[in-house]
Design a protein. Structure first.
Length: 83
């Protein structure tokens, strides 16, 4: 799966309480699992959609953006729009 340049998922194990809210019918790519009592994220299959980030009340999951990469995407989209 190709990922968006400049976007990544970050997981802070210290903040995670293993509540499972990110697991229950949230991850459409099934990239989040519970192994040995710990949450695990398969970053290779993660779609970077952010659904899990919205469910995590402990802020253990976050999407990171590199501004330059986002600007590049916006500039490419702008060129496609016809006025």
């Amino acid at each position: 799966m190709d990922h968006l340049d400049g976007v990544s998922i970050d997981f802070d194990e210290d903040k995670c309480t293993c509540c499972g809210k990110c697991l229950k019918n949230v991850c459409i790519a099934e990239s989040i699992s519970l192994k040995d009592g710990k949450i695990s994220i398969n970053k290779d299959s993660c779609l970077l959609c952010g659904l899990c980030v919205n469910k995590c009340k402990q802020n253990a999951l976050n999407l990171s953006y590199i501004d330059e990469a986002v600007d590049n995407v916006i500039n490419r989209m702008y060129k496609l729009i016809k006025y």
